[in-house]
Design a binder for this molecule. Sequence first.
Ligand SMILES: *Cc1c(COP(=O)(O)O)cnc(C)c1O
Length: 420
Amino acid sequence: MEENWQQLDPKLQALVAQVNVQIQPQLAKIGQQVLYNQHKVLTAFREQQVAATSFAGTTGYGYDDEGRDQLDAVYAQAFGGEAAIVRPQFVSGTHAIGTAFFGLLRPGDELLYLTGMPYDTLQEVIGVAGNGVGSLKEFGISFDYVPLTTAGKVAVAQIAAHLKPQTKVVAIQRSRGYASRDSFTIAEIAAMIKAVRQLAPDVTIFVDNCYGEFSETQEPLAVGADLMAGSLIKNPGGGIAKTGGYVAGRRDLVKKVGYALTVPGIGADEAATLNNLSDMFQGFFLAPHVVGEALKGAVFTAALLGQLKLDVHPTWQAPRTDLIQTVNFGNASAMVTFAKAIQQFSPIDAYVAPIPSAMAGYEDPIIMAAGTFVQGASVELSADGPLRPPYTLYIQGGLTFEHVQLAITAAVNAVFFSQK
Ligand SMILES: *Cc1c(COP(=O)(O)O)cnc(C)c1O
């Protein structure tokens, strides 16, 4: 192999070599975590007796879909819940989370977010953004949130003041989304749940688990959450599932969510799985490893850009609870050049150039680099963000650590080392 086959500036080549040594202890820790999570998933597959016939799938009503029931049971077991609904009929993470809210809340009830304002798309479900049609608000379900502290943490002392007799669901968003706060670790979520239980033992505690699955050794259900939900084109789909979402947790609550997904009476008992089961099973089996690859890629990204004195969150050695790595570029030109290079080093659509453009619900133009096999799948390497100070790119995913290394190194080369 020739020495500089990546055709990098020699200074960058040396820096990458240094970073790869620097991050070894972190990569080893991630490897141990992947092993633990793989065991958890493998055990669920073995004990639920997944078989070649489990992939058959159904059409029409989807009656007697044994593979679908087994997939639900595998998810429930691996995530530490009593029950789960895993379906291609959940069109996205937002849909799974929104269905959970519509399943759990009734007119007159209140939804309380502990983690500040929720993720952008959920704001329309709740009715605090958008035109309100069909929202929880239109159905007479009110909303409140506990503002984060200036340090971006949950204001535990303020929770009591926001809990009302009508508060029926308390929601926790694990991942930061597009917010500037840090994501909340399982240990932090455990502390939040403990605080809420002391004040309101009967309230239902829900966790938006998007981007979080398998990025630690425990999931929110293990530390007392009643229900959680997420997207299959993020972590638990393992890059293989083509669509779908899940909810998992207490059996009685999962049943109610099933009624909201379809209709009362039918609930989760009807749903044709068509040809999706094989991908959904295989993706879940691969998910611990794929999440590990993405986490290793994020550590590499944080370390390399940190060496270049950029403001990165989390830093390379900080604990992680999701796939998101942010980098502040400080100016639009560096941010856009970086995103374009990520696109150029994607397996799909490498030949197109992302252009910052206006998007519904956002005030500033957004740049999005995503050359993914599954449309919009952010378990695959992607980078996006609004063009406004401090020019933060949200970089997430990566099916293989090697792909992330190649793309990030090429992007760093383009922005910081190529001759202008
Ligand atoms: C991705 C995400 C969602 C759901 O997004 P979809 O694009 O609808 O799958 C919800 N909450 C958070 C924190 C997310 O990151």
